[in-house]
Write a protein that binds this ligand. Structure first.
Ligand code: CA
Length: 513
């Protein structure tokens, strides 16, 4: 380990010194993909879900590189996407909930969203986005493909080209497609905000949106290679967000069958969902193969992630364990939109697109094949990590909240640092469980959650109780007090906005236990 550490640190020094030769970067971001929606096990054991889903290309990527088993995003799409673009925590960038038409977000019986939250979403401004830095400071061709969902309808931030991208393939304000099928023109309707833009050549064809997005992204990459420019590809699939519509090529693998290892028939909605997962995975394989054919796979870093936990609150059906709603992320509790780990824990893999130990970039940054780490990760960490690997920029010079993951990728778990989450909104439905306004902190294997509606704290030893089944708030008051104070202090530093009392119109800050 000591030798590895030395090698890695030498590599970092060399990386910082180079200015010309730059690796390409692909951020492969799946929408709403749960921690268990893959044949790659991210838990200590292979689950029935891991046996059900087919993701051979994720397996391939994991064999080539580093699997992160304790990676997290915000509980819903937009705050995660803005964190990736800015390197800022959601409590600081203030786009704490989804955006389309300046939503007010759901109200609870007592509370509504903070007055000041950024309903317009991400807008062009003085803080440089990740693609702006890569393009303007380091000469990268910046390509966005798929779902953008940064700024609301009729705002500048709705357009990826206004936020630092040279190329935009299918991205705009909406957080979901009108339809996934080319035969349906991807849902094109007059004046529809859900109409996926710019993919008209696929209208009326049997092309799935995941395939159309991938094909166009690869064309844009080939253009960058021809222009001899390093590129950053943000391949942010609309899949596997609702509407759940089959990827027909893969549906037969699930339709009418039973879940592997069980006698439970796969419900049609779950067969459709699994086909969307497999289609997404095929896109990953298509990208890896294309990079190889272009002769640049060795020079290309791939980061695979999801933008929040897996959907389980609605639209989903019986799981391989015979359970229903709120259990699709098992062993995690709840799903997308929740304070519990089902809402935030995401699959994540970092690897070179093709392993070649003689490659200059890989000699500098040798990612150990088939390795894994439980280092804590938040999506805002991608920004400083990508800028370090692409251009040798030090995190301290970026003015961001995210942390450079280089040591976690190359060597070992760095000192655990707290992860802070802030979601002062009601995502959907009625306030219950974790689907309500909350803030939380995880550190040293523990997690404390504050629910604003009833001013209640919960405490879990998540390292030993990954399903957050046993609330230790009363039995471990010292642990709770320590985490609660750390959370409040961090949120104050981040200038977090508090939910508003509906009767008084006043903000309701977090209260210590
Ligand atoms: Ca999402």
């Amino acid at each position: 380990m000591r030798i590895l550490l030395t090698l890695a640190l030498q590599g970092l020094a060399v990386l910082s010194a180079i200015a010309v030769e730059r690796p390409n970067v692909v951020l492969f971001l799946v929408d709403d993909m749960g921690w268990q929606d893959t044949s790659v096990p991210f838990w200590k054991e292979k689950t029935l879900a891991n046996q059900h889903f087919r993701t051979p290309n994720m397996e391939r990527l994991a064999k080539q590189g580093r699997k992160f088993t304790n990676a997290h995003a915000c509980a819903v799409c937009t705050p995660s996407r803005v964190s990736i673009m800015t390197g800022l925590n959601a409590a600081r960038h203030g786009t704490t909930n989804w955006t389309l038409r300046g939503e007010t977000s759901g109200k609870t019986p007592r509370l509504e969203a903070p007055e000041e939250w950024k309903r317009q979403g991400l807008q062009p401004g003085p803080h440089k986005t990740l693609p702006e830095r890569l393009r303007d400071d380091f000469g990268y061709r910046t390509i966005h493909a798929g779902k953008a969902h940064w700024g609301g309808v009729d705002t500048a931030g709705a357009a990826p080209l206004q936020l630092g991208y040279d190329v935009n393939i299918g991205g705009h304000a909406a957080g979901a497609p009108g339809h996934y099928h080319g035969q349906q023109n991807f849902g094109k309707k007059e004046n529809s905000v859900w109409d996926v833009p710019g993919l008209d050549i696929y209208h009326g064809t049997e092309t799935h949106l995941t395939e159309a997005t991938t094909t166009e992204a690869i064309k844009a990459v080939a253009d960058a290679v021809r222009a001899e420019k390093p590129f950053f590809l943000n391949l942010a699939h609309y899949a596997v967000h609702t509407p759940l519509q089959a990827h027909p090529r893969y549906l037969a693998n699930y339709e009418g069958k039973t879940y592997p290892g069980t006698d439970i028939k796969i419900p049609q909605a779950e067969a459709i969902y699994a086909s969307m997962i497999e289609g997404m995975d095929a896109s990953l394989g298509h990208v890896l193969d294309s990079l190889d054919q272009l002769g640049i796979a060795e020079d290309t870093l791939v980061l695979f992630a999801s933008d929040n936990g897996g959907l389980s609150y609605h639209s989903r059906k019986k799981t391989p364990r015979g359970t229903g709603r709120d259990t699709h992320c098992w062993p995690l509790r709840e799903g997308k939109g929740s304070a519990y780990d089902g809402g935030t824990r995401i699959p994540m893999i970092v690897a070179w697109a093709k392993v070649d130990r003689r490659n200059m970039h890989q000699q500098r940054n040798p990612i150990m094949s088939a390795s894994k780490t439980n280092a804590p990760v938040l999506v805002e960490d991608f920004y400083p990590t990508i800028l370090h690997w692409a251009a040798g920029v030090s995190q301290e010079n970026l003015g961001v909240d995210g942390v450079d993951l280089t040591l976690a990728i190359l060597v070992a778990n760095p000192d655990p640092r707290p992860l802070v989450f802030h979601y002062p909104h009601q995502w959907t439905g009625k306030p219950r469980g974790g689907y309500q306004p909350h803030s939380s902190i995880r550190q040293d294997g523990w997690k404390a959650i504050y629910f604003y509606e009833n001013s209640q704290w919960e405490l879990y030893h998540v390292d030993q109780d990954i399903g957050e089944t046993t609330n230790l708030a009363k039995s471990e008051p010292a642990h709770l007090a320590k985490l609660a104070t750390a959370l409040r202090n961090r949120l104050m530093t981040l200038t977090a906005h508090w939910p508003t009392n509906r009767q008084t119109g006043q903000p309701e800050p977090l209260k210590l236990p």
